[in-house]
Design a protein around this ligand. Structure first.
Ligand code: NDP
Ligand code: A1CAB
Length: 312
């Protein structure tokens, strides 16, 4: 038996705040309709009420436009992070990475967070950084919140995210970890990894949709150049990526998959040779390494600073 008596608040309701709330809402609707059946690991208390906080008034309209159609209890607040946090059981920190001290350092915030689950999706900011900022490394601080760093991606909106949950030492209480895992497994696949690889995880799964979109667009452009109409080319490129991903998730090794497509003397190996000449492999893997390094600097930035290219 589950109760939808928890309130889920986002501090920052932009692209990701909306995507994650949207994914959770879609999942709750499926649970209610019986399309999804509660599993053994379904927590007894689930979110049922949502509060979207932002500092921009326009965010209220954007949130309502994106999520209003789910018809679940949803409140939008502008410049009322404290109220949203006081009313919350679970708080999603989804502002810009360099804004976290402004958000969490506000008067009364520490008290409002006490005992609650604080999920941070901020690139480049560790759970330890947040803990140190809030409690100044005071291990005996009363009524701490439980902080977990996770890295989802924008496909949360369509429940196809890949989310990495960072391990904590000491670990999160079991109930809180189960709840965080449940939330993100409703909106895609979840991996648990050491905190030390979270910047690489940010590059791979957080930034990944942008990298894949560039490749998708390039494939579609090539097809348009060769006469296929744009809409069809885009759909065909996307479905080809989905099919390839499904084969790999089904256990096929990417190198074997590639070899199977390359008929000897055929057109695919011709195309692969062109990709190798252009250094596509090196360029793509370099993008992951570059994004990892930039991510590692994002939590140290201040608003308006640009850490791209500053780490060398
Ligand atoms: N976009 C993505 O695909 C992913 C992003 N992330 C992480 O998620 C976080 C959010 O990213 P994203 O959704 O893209 O960013 P957005 O800019 O779309 O959303 C962040 C929102 O938070 C608002 N905000 C800033 N300061 C405050 C504040 N003090 N109180 C309340 N709201 C505030 C911003 O307002 P304003 O615009 O005025 O600053 C903005 O509306 C980032 O930390 C990013 O690293 C993680 C994974 C993937
Ligand atoms: O580009 C960024 O900084 C964020 C983090 C991962 C995806 N978008």
């Amino acid at each position: 038996m589950t109760n939808n008596d928890l309130t889920f608040t986002t501090l920052g309701s932009g692209v990701m705040g909306c995507a994650i709330m949207g994914g959770i809402m879609a999942s709750l609707i499926e649970l209610r309709s019986g399309k999804e059946i509660p599993q053994d690991d379904t927590p007894s208390h689930l979110p049922g009420k949502f509060i979207a906080c932002d500092m921009r008034k326009e965010a209220e309209t954007q949130v309502q436009n994106a999520l209003g159609h789910y018809k679940l209890p949803l409140t939008t607040l502008t410049n009322e992070n404290l109220r949203g946090t006081k009313e919350a059981d679970i708080i999603l920190l989804a502002c810009k990475p360099w804004a976290f001290k402004d958000v969490l350092g506000a008067e009364g915030m520490k008290e409002a967070l006490a005992g609650k689950l604080l999920i941070s999706i901020l690139a480049g900011v560790t759970a330890e950084q947040i803990e140190e900022f809030l409690y100044d490394n005071d291990a005996s601080a009363q009524y701490k919140c439980h902080i977990v760093k996770v890295m989802p991606n924008t496909a949360s909106m369509v429940r196809e995210s890949t989310t990495v949950i960072a391990a904590r030492n000491p670990p999160l209480p079991e109930t809180q970890l189960t709840l965080a895992t449940w939330i993100f497994s409703r909106i895609g696949r979840v991996a648990h990894l050491p905190a030390s690889v979270m910047d690489a995880a940010t590059a791979l799964v957080g930034s990944g949709p942008a990298f894949v979109a560039v490749m998708l667009e390039a494939m579609a452009d090539g097809a348009v150049a060769m006469g296929i109409p744009r809409a069809e080319a885009q759909m065909m490129a996307a479905q080809t990526m989905r099919g390839t991903a499904a084969l790999v998730l089904n256990g096929e090794h990417p190198a074997i998959l590639k070899d199977k497509v390359c008929t000897p003397g055929g057109c695919t190996i011709g195309g692969i040779m062109a990709m190798e000449e252009a250094g596509v492999r090196g360029g793509v893997s370099r993008a992951i390494r570059e994004a990892t390094m930039v991510s590692s600097k994002l939590g140290q930035g201040v608003a308006g600073s640009n850490v791209n290219g500053t780490w060398r």
